[in-house]
Write a new protein. Structure first.
Length: 145
């Protein structure tokens, strides 16, 4: 979908996706049209809720910002220290491999002609309410913040 929106735009031309929904969005970047940068969606986050009838529902979803990922890592670390028996007796999946795979994928997205590209997490800085998470994400991914 992203490749189409920044490329041929067949979805909007065919009326399958209303242009009035896409193009006025502050997250749509017209300068990237034709740049070949939007080949895939790198990260998707969803807040899930289990309804009283047992079905799963998506409360919100995000593609522009991955909020909460650093908190997942930190909460898992804190729980492992506070309740180590939980992790010894239950088959709790590790979250570290996710961050390792994500960092590897970011490295592989860099132009092929670059050896060991430098990656950084761009952040508004220490005055932003999410600064803690930005720093933790940068550390988890081995990036400069």
């Amino acid at each position: 979908m992203l490749a189409d929106l920044y490329g041929k735009r067949e979805l909007t031309q065919a009326g399958l996706l209303p242009p009035s929904l896409v193009y006025p969005s502050p997250y749509y970047l017209p300068a990237l049209r034709g740049a070949g940068l939007a080949r895939h969606l790198g990260l998707y986050a969803a807040d899930l809720l289990r309804a009283p009838d047992g079905t799963w529902q998506v409360l919100t979803d995000r593609t522009a910002a991955a909020t909460g990922l650093a908190y997942v890592l930190e909460n898992r670390r804190a729980m492992a220290r506070a309740i180590p028996e939980l992790f010894r007796h239950l088959d709790v999946a590790e979250v570290r491999p996710f961050f390792d795979a994500w960092a590897d994928r970011l490295q592989r997205l860099a132009p092929a002609e670059r050896d060991a590209p430098g990656l950084a997490l761009l952040t508004p800085g220490h005055t932003d309410a999410r600064w803690f998470e930005h720093v933790m994400l940068a550390r988890a991914l081995g990036l400069a913040a």
